[in-house]
Design a protein around this ligand. Structure first.
Ligand code: CDP
Length: 788
């Protein structure tokens, strides 16, 4: 679709350069750690080496002797104000600082406040803590065994380690369909713990102004308003009410879901600032970030897929055990403890499905946030895309042919899935066919046959995923009872320039540019003249924040709706200026003109000036509008990815030779930004497929707690991504747009696994759990007798 606006205006469809980049690429960004306030103190945290232990004593005397150490804060100190526990976003509870026992390795035990970061670290070294180790549970299956030690002894009535049971679909109908299926494949899959490992770690500066009784917190948060509400809930009883709390989220160096939760460090810094009366800065180091912040995945999945012999899928059943660590600190909507996992029927017209998830407590860090957020969509897509390939292998069918046979037909949208979703729009056949053409699928299959004859290991993997993004609608989605909508407020100034504020918060996605493009699209005001602001709760309208690719479907839509309200008023002013009735006016981007007399027109800038200087009598001056947008449905972006791998028989190394990604996120605001989102997402999808894993030994000791062991991809491992698109607009979004931020992270891992399994299928390999490290793959080659 050709853009409606000129390149100078830069509305939708223009690849205008990112407005934020000159600042960010010149090192002139303003991140939390760039902020220094007068008299600011520094905080560092004492952490436990034990995964489960009673605390018998905390000795602070030596630390307090160090010049510059001002205070050591313990759980007992916070308990005096009832601040030692806090609610999680999933309505569970989590310690701020412990008073009795620690529940996972690297948990916060005490905080040292000092005049410099270095002195604070010296203070941490000098605090000695006496522990009495307790038995550790790291395996969620063992945690749920009858008679297992109960971990959450703080919950008086808790008699086991079970957190929740959640299910969707038709249990009996699916059971029957699986019994009647001509072929059933089943597979256990494990998606291990991984970490978002954003470039910037978490941190804050808490600044309590005793005179005004106002708390300002500069912090790394993806959801400033929600955090303000949580702070008011936690600390309302000590006088911190919501209007006296200001959260400022400045530039953020990557969030990916990891900056949604409230971490104990934030709350301790706030308590310290209130108690001491000075600003307190807390910035995690890399190892604290990896070891103690919220993690993703840790899903043990058992999947069964039934079909007819001709490949027609008939039923899907999935049972999952989710390891949430010692507290359920995920950031899912309240009614969805397993997020949107029930998108697991994927792109297929599946008559019967049933899915159930149980959550368990273990001695691991709390969480369950998703990597590139996604509300467990990544896990769902992994399961269905792996099972589709398992079925293709079983039936000796080509995996592309099997997919094309089972896709929801393009004319069946809106489509009601067996698990309760209404897919808004899609054309899955078109995306897969485009990817197949682009990569030369049939020629690759021929090449594979030849290579196999020569003993070479080459595989082709497909993933045709369906995403689900943009929570609300508020009817179904809330976090801690706060309905999930999002907001925009646009003010047009007399000279025709605009300020637009949103309830979301960019962490690198380019909102300053794309939101300005939305205003440009709707009002014809050039995007360069639209200043976008987010992240300051004193100025931005209330919103639920940015995660799970919800910004475009929610706040982006709010931006369009607010701009349309402004256009309505602008029309009245134009009619007044041109002395015609409103019905006689036609709009084209940037101006209203008189029907049949196009030379009689008023530009948006002329109209704006008149809104302050010459508006009709009886009309309020000014030109501004707010929209709180409650989406009628989620948006369902999709794509088809095809990956070609070669496996080194000497080392087991998987080399991605080609990777074609065809994405569909409906109408695109900025094609260059979308391509960037997909490149980043593909790299973040490749990472868990091949490299990343956090595991624990029996004692609860973390393996992978530093970048020596936790392998994030660098340019060296990253292949050249080949991207393309189809465009299937969302019928309910005002701009026809769907979210895209996390699509590639969701879609990429199964394409890579499917390619590796495809390379080894003739040896009898049916499944490999991620990460497919060289060692893991080499062991398989050795077992199959093909290692060199
Ligand atoms: O919530 P988050 O910003 O992470 O995800 P998103 O809504 O998918 O948007 C990611 C970036 O891609 C934003 O800058 C969007 O404006 C842009 N985008 C776009 O240009 N066109 C779309 N159809 C979807 C997103």
């Amino acid at each position: 679709m050709a853009p409606k606006t000129t390149a100078d205006v830069g509305g939708m469809g223009h690849s205008i350069r990112r407005k934020e980049d000159p600042r960010l690429i010149r090192g002139q960004g303003n991140f939390v750690d760039d902020i220094t306030l007068p008299g600011m103190l520094y905080m560092d945290i004492v952490r436990t080496p034990y995964a489960h232990a009673k605390i018998t004593a905390i000795n602070s005397e030596e630390a307090l002797k160090i010049p510059g150490v001002l205070a050591v804060i313990t759980g007992a100190d916070l308990a005096k104000y009832n601040l030692h526990w806090m609610p999680t976003l999933m309505s569970d509870t989590q310690m701020v600082l412990p008073t009795e026992k620690v529940m996972y390795q690297s948990q916060e035990v005490a905080a040292v406040i000092a005049t410099s970061r270095y002195v604070a670290a010296d203070g941490v070294e000098a605090v000695s803590v006496d522990y009495e180790p307790l038995p550790v549970i790291v395996d969620p299956f063992k945690a749920l065994e009858p008679g297992a030690q109960v971990l959450r002894t703080d919950k008086k009535d808790k008699k086991d380690n079970h957190i929740f049971h959640w299910e969707a679909g038709d249990r009996a109908g699916t059971e029957k369909a699986l019994k009647e299926a001509e072929v059933v494949v089943s597979q256990d899959l494990y998606l291990p713990r991984i970490h978002v490992a954003s470039i910037e770690t978490c941190g804050c500066i808490a600044d309590f102004d005793k005179v005004r009784g106002k708390l300002t917190v500069y912090m790394t948060t993806q959801a400033p308003h929600a955090i303000r509400t949580v702070f008011a809930l936690v600390a309302g009883h000590v006088g911190l009410s919501e209007e006296r709390i200001r959260i400022v989220s400045p530039d953020i160096g990557g969030g990916f879901g990891g900056k949604v939760p409230v971490y104990p460090g934030y709350v301790i810094a706030v308590a310290a600032s209130v108690l001491i009366g000075k600003p307190v800065k807390w910035i995690e180091d890399r190892m604290e970030n990896l070891q103690a912040d919220s993690f993703a995945r840790d899903y043990h999945i058992k999947a069964e897929l039934g079909a007819k012999k001709d490949g027609r899928m008939t039923a899907l059943r999935i049972k999952t055990l989710a390891d949430h660590g010692y507290a359920d600190a995920a950031a899912n909507p309240s009614k969805f403890p397993a997020g949107l996992f029930s998108i697991c029927t994927g792109s297929y017209d599946m008559p019967h499905a049933f899915v159930e998830v149980d959550g368990a407590y273990t001695n691991k860090p709390p969480g369950g946030v998703a990597y590139r957020c996604s509300f467990r969509v990544t896990e769902a897509v992994h399961a269905i895309e792996r099972m589709t390939d398992r079925l293709a292998q079983e039936l000796k069918m080509d995996p592309a042919e099997l997919r094309l046979k089972n896709f929801i037909p393009a004319d069946k949208f809106p489509y009601h899935s067996a698990l309760g979703w209404e897919y808004d729009s899609g054309n899955y056949q078109a995306a897969l066919r485009k990817a197949m053409d682009k990569i030369g699928y049939q020629a690759l299959r021929k090449e594979q046959v030849e290579k196999r004859k020569r003993g070479e290991l080459m595989g082709i993997g497909i993933s045709s995923f369906t995403e689900i993004v943009g929570a609300g609608p508020s009817k179904h989605f809330d976090i801690l009872g706060i309905k999930m909508f999002d907001s925009a407020e646009i003010r047009i100034h007399p000279t025709g320039k605009a300020t637009a504020r949103f309830g979301t918060k960019s962490q690198g996605q380019g909102h300053e540019t794309t939101y300005a493009q939305i205003v440009a699209e709707e009002l014809g005001i050039p995007a360069k003249d639209v200043e976008v602001e987010e992240g300051d709760t004193d100025t931005a309208p209330y919103g639920l924040g940015t995660y799970a690719s919800r910004s475009t479907p929610t706040a982006g839509a709010a931006g369009a709706m607010a701009a349309r309200k402004i256009r309505e008023k602008a029309k009245k002013i134009a009619a007044h200026l041109l002395e015609v009735s409103e019905e006689d006016l036609v709009w084209e981007p940037g101006k209203f003109s008189v029907k049949g007399a196009p030379q009689k027109s008023k530009t948006i800038q002329e109209i704006t000036f008149a809104a302050y200087t010459n508006h009709p009598q009886g009309m309020e001056a000014g030109l501004e509008a707010v929209s709180y947008y409650d989406p009628p449905n989620l948006t369902f972006p999709f794509g088809s990815y095809i990956c070609v791998v070669d496996i080194d028989r000497g080392t087991g190394e998987v080399k991605i030779r080609r990777f074609v990604a065809v994405d569909d996120c409906g109408n695109i605001i900025n094609p260059m930004i979308v391509e960037g989102q997909i490149h980043g997402g593909l790299t973040m999808g490749m990472a868990p497929a091949l490299l990343e894993e956090i595991s624990y030994d029996e004692g609860g000791n973390m393996q992978g707690g530093s970048f020596m062991d936790y392998l994030v991809p660098t340019a060296v491992e990253t292949p050249k991504w080949e991207t393309d698109k189809t465009v299937t607009p969302s019928p309910h979004h005002p701009l026809g747009a769907k979210g895209v931020g996390e699509s590639a992270t969701v879609g990429a891992p199964p394409a890579i696994v499917n390619a590796v399994v495809d390379a080894l299928a003739h040896l009898g390999v049916r499944h490999i759990d991620i990460p497919m490290t060289p060692e893991k793959v080499w062991r398989i080659l050795k077992e199959k007798g093909v290692a060199e």
